[in-house]
Design a protein around this ligand. Sequence first.
Ligand SMILES: [Ca+2]
Ligand SMILES: [Ca+2]
Ligand SMILES: [Ca+2]
Length: 205
Amino acid sequence: MGTGDFDGDGGTDLLLRHARGTWFLYRIRNGALVGSSNVGGLPEGSEHRLVAAPDLNGDGRPDLVTRDARGAWSVQLMNGDTVTEQRGLPLKKSLAWRVVDSADFDGDQLDDLLLRYATGDWMIYGLADGSQPRRSFPVLDAGDEWTFASAGGYSGDGVADIMLRHTDLGSWKLFTLSEAQVVATAESGLDADLNWSAPARQAGT
Ligand SMILES: [Ca+2]
Ligand SMILES: [Ca+2]
Ligand SMILES: [Ca+2]
């Protein structure tokens, strides 16, 4: 499932896939279903997974990042319920790399992918034109005892920052980013009580 304002009417829409492999966009406005349509051009095999719905071309609407069973990456640029462009991404096929979140981590107004390797390493993948990756690796000095909490504009400069949480202690650490580089790291003063949780934004599953 993917969520986002695909048709640009201000209401969040749902992108769902039927077991047969076809994709449908359900357009919702003011809490009510106002229409649904078949989305052609998306990979239909059950081995394809939607892993993120970032805005990759800066039109304010979500696009799609999908992977096949072997881990190969594809991007689908969307205009409403229509795929306007599809291409592969030159990212490592290893399924040990997974998308953690998407946000604009370098300030070019286009969403980027925050990836994490199974051993805990982090990478930001800039998707400005989808052709040449702009890697920052390792972007976060935080081992596998740290888990992703949220990405957001904590420093107010228009570039998304990254909040992590210690899995055992419950403490929080904020990585302030500028142009996809960490410019400051700070223990957050947030309560370390593990009863507090930060539900991560679910861009896709
Ligand atoms: Ca909408
Ligand atoms: Ca877009
Ligand atoms: Ca960006």
